[in-house]
Write a protein that binds this ligand. Structure first.
Ligand code: FAD
Length: 272
């Protein structure tokens, strides 16, 4: 159907974003391709250290999946921030990624974890790294005839610390700002790996690479987290709108980066 109708056709997954857009007449697809009954795409399984999540797996099922909680708790935590339980009962993980809202939580986590996304069409199958999947507001690397059939989220490295923090005016709203942070530390107490990704600040999830670099090779202290937050915020040009000014969002980014890093450090194994 997608190959035949191209941009006139839209996939219907959980409908939690598509139906509101259709209600408001912001999109008017000629054809809806309902994938909800393709049971073979409803899977969640651990494979080669990755959480493989099919296109019809519901957000709430992934959130409650023991493997997600144990092996990839940053994903389970981020899911708790996606709307409300009713929305997660219906909405899909792949649908959220394909929708690519700049303030959505799951794209931030996908980029932080270096997730891999599988796109399939009548032309074949390809894997797209999360870093190249999100192109702009509600725009991804998927072609009009492609279905996002699966996302693979790597399990956290044993010994990694993680933090996911968000600020929204009301619980369940899209994030004004969200931050995912991952930290690893060597036996000498020095940081060996840092990953910081922000949502709500730009058209797509933004990696704060200079903030990450400021931590690697250093001991992890509160002062360094505050400095990393300031560093992350300087390169941002967030949007200003009715919900918050650009300046407010930039300040929020600095605070949330600091908090996400502190949360990640708290979850690292004790030194020595
Ligand atoms: P759908 O709505 O069915 O589809 C969304 C778009 O993605 C459509 O263009 C569709 O064609 C395309 N699509 C879906 N699946 C695929 C696929 N497998 N391959 C290719 N294209 C596909 N989201 C958040 O992230 N954070 C929030 O805080 C949040 N709050 C919400 C609050 C409310 C009140 C509501 C109604 C929604 C909220 N959402 C939020 C959105 C929700 O998470 C959606 O479920 C999600 O964004 C889209 O998933 P879906 O399965 O419902 O996709």
């Amino acid at each position: 159907m997608l190959a035949a109708r191209g941009p006139d056709a839209k996939i219907l997954a959980g409908g939690q974003s598509l139906m509101p857009l259709m209600n408001m007449r912001l999109v008017r697809p000629a054809v809806l391709v309902d994938i909800n009954h393709i049971r073979s795409l409803a899977y969640m399984r651990m494979e080669n250290g990755q959480l493989a999540i099919g296109a019809v797996a519901r957000a709430r099922d992934v959130e409650l999946w023991p493997a997600a909680r144990e092996r990839c708790p940053i994903l389970a935590e981020a899911l708790r921030w996606v709307g409300h339980a009713e929305i997660r009962n219906r909405g899909t993980v792949c649908g959220s990624l394909a929708h690519a809202d700049p303030a959505a939580e799951l794209p931030v986590v996908a980029v932080a974890l270096d997730a891999e996304l599988t796109a399939e069409s009548v032309r074949g199958r390809r894997t797209i790294p999360a870093a190249r999947f999100f192109l702009s507001v509600l725009t991804t690397a998927l072609e009009a005839d492609e279905v996002l059939t699966e996302v693979r989220m790597p399990a956290l490295t044993p010994g990694a610390g993680w933090g996911f923090v968000e600020f929204a005016r009301r619980r369940g709203d899209f994030a004004l700002a969200a931050v995912a942070a991952l930290l690893e530390r060597g036996s000498d107490g020095v940081c060996t790996r840092a990953r910081v990704v922000l949502g709500g600040m730009d058209a797509t999830p933004r990696r704060a690479e200079r903030a990450e670099q400021s931590l690697v090779g250093e001991r992890l202290t509160k002062e360094r987290f505050a400095a990393a937050g300031r560093e992350a915020a300087t390169s941002l040009e967030p949007p200003g709108d009715v919900h918050a000014s650009a300046e407010y969002r930039r300040k929020l980014a600095a605070v949330l980066v600091e908090r996400a890093l502190a949360a990640a450090a708290d979850r690292l194994p004790r030194e020595g």
